[in-house]
Design a binder for this molecule. Structure first.
Ligand SMILES: O=P(O)(O)OC[C@H]1O[C@@H](O)[C@H](O)[C@@H]1O
Length: 153
């Protein structure tokens, strides 16, 4: 599985921790930056990383900023991106089982490294539930995406 990663200055340290974990587990990581703690604008990094997922160049995305919502807000503007902010493994489990999210957003100012690691593990290893009600809900969100978002070329 190929994973796009992106972050701003608030997420660099945690992004590096997660990236090292992913690579040790055999995942391929494409790191869109930023690469240091210099203050920057999150969208400069999350936008291209989300595009890579939308285009199928990467299978999933994991983005880290201060609180997580900033990454999700940007990523969810892109056709085919379903980004969820997760602050614990239960949320990460449901973000896959119920929502079929393809981007995980984490807030480095909100949770610690151990929690982030458990969230990432859970999110990457949980599959969407096939129960009719969850499929129906996911499909309704996809219909909104198809109606209002422009496919990425
Ligand atoms: O460090 P500064 O620039 O004050 O704040 C940036 C963070 O605050 C929130 O908007 C985002 O989470 C972003 O990562």
């Amino acid at each position: 599985m190929k994973i796009a990663m992106a972050n701003d200055h608030a997420g660099t340290r945690m992004k590096n921790e997660i990236k090292a974990y992913l690579e040790s587990e055999g995942y391929e990581v494409v790191d869109f930056g930023t690469y240091d703690d210099t203050s920057c604008d999150l969208s400069d990094y999350v936008y291209p990383a989300a595009l890579a997922v939308a285009k199928g160049e990467c299978d999933r995305g994991i983005f880290v900023d201060g609180v997580g919502y900033g990454s999700a807000l940007i990523a969810n503007k892109i056709y085919g991106i379903y980004a969820a902010v997760c602050q614990d493994p239960f949320c990460a489990k449901l973000a896959r089982e119920h929502t079929d999210s393809n981007v995980l957003c984490i807030g480095a100012k909100i949770i610690g490294d151990m929690m982030a690691s458990e969230i990432v593990k859970t999110w990457l290893t949980t599959e969407p539930l096939m129960e009719e009600k969850y499929r129906r809900r996911v499909n309704k969100v996809k219909e909104i995406n198809d109606k209002h978002c422009v496919p990425v070329k």
